[in-house]
Ligand binder design. Structure first.
Ligand code: B1M
Length: 211
């Protein structure tokens, strides 16, 4: 089995002990951190998502797989970040209030870092006050919000309205993402952009900052 497939398979099995070793092995075979991320770690997690959707596995299995994925991410994170020369811009990112899903958001943050942006990650369950405070304090170029629940995605509208009220909306580009979101939802809530996946999020940030 090819090493990247092996990484994906170990994530599916949920083995946090073997994933770091395989990740190291892939790096020693000169496979790029980006490929390990997309074709190994994310690929494994994608399968887990599909199986969870079909009801073949349950939350504990998903959490174990996420832990295995995180163990691999720890190893490649510095390498993705290393490739940056000088920060191209500052991105404040977080998962909105009431929402604990952070796997996708973490991948977006890592890819942005890997592409040379400074990323201030506020974590999950982030209230609008915290987003505003950090956008202002950090003079962020981009605010990225993630949501995985149909019940929490609507909170993004509140954050954007608060930015408008505080006079910050013109100063920062707002991008959103997460499985239940769409381009039209982004338009409705007056976000500057929507990205369906982490790689498109990087392209979107580049476009919005004209890079
Ligand atoms: Co939850 N969960 N979950 N869950 N969970 C979903 C989202 C769900 C679709 C599962 C299902 O029912 N089929 C469903 C939502 C239904 C809905 O709203 N319509 C759901 C539910 C219901 C729940 C709970 C309510 C379950 C319960 O307790 N009864 C609960 C809510 C907790 C809360 O948040 N308050 C819950 C809990 C959990 C866990 C804690 C067990 C765990 C999260 C662990 C963690 O994140 N640390 C979890 C997980 C893992 C999932 C699924 C299985 C996988 C999500 C994931 O990580 N995908 C998910 C089912 C699914 O999506 N198929 C599900 C992999 C990740 C790489 O993809 O996050 O989509 P994703 O990110 C992508 C893109 O969307 C995009 O780029 C990423 C990489 O390409 N993207 C962005 C994401 N953010 C972006 C931001 C951007 C740009 C792009 O710009 C800023």
């Amino acid at each position: 089995m090819e090493i990247l497939e092996e990484i994906a398979a170990e994530i599916e099995k949920g083995d946090p002990a073997s994933v770091p070793a395989l990740t190291e092995k892939a790096l020693s075979q000169d496979i790029s951190a980006q490929d390990i991320l997309n074709k190994g770690l994310v690929a494994g997690m994608d399968t887990i998502s599909e199986r969870f959707k079909k009801g073949e596995i349950f939350i504990p299995e998903v959490l174990i797989a996420a832990k295995a994925m995180k163990a691999g991410m720890e190893i490649i994170k510095p390498l993705l970040a290393e490739s940056k020369v000088e920060a191209k811009g500052k991105v404040v990112i977080g998962t909105v209030k009431g929402d604990l899903h952070d796997i996708g958001k973490n991948i977006v943050a890592m890819l942005l870092e890997g592409s040379g942006y400074e990323v201030i990650d506020l974590g999950n369950d982030v209230p609008k006050e915290k987003f505003l405070e950090q956008v202002e304090k950090e003079r962020a170029n981009v605010l990225g919000m993630s949501a995985l629940l149909t019940t929490t995605m609507t909170y993004m509208r509140e954050v954007i309205e608060s930015l408008e009220k505080a006079g910050l909306k013109q100063k920062v580009k707002v991008i959103i993402g997460g499985a239940p979101l769409t381009y039209s939802f982004a338009e409705q809530i007056k976000a500057d952009g929507y990205a369906p996946d982490a790689a498109s999020a990087v392209d979107l940030v580049k476009d919005l900052l004209n890079q």
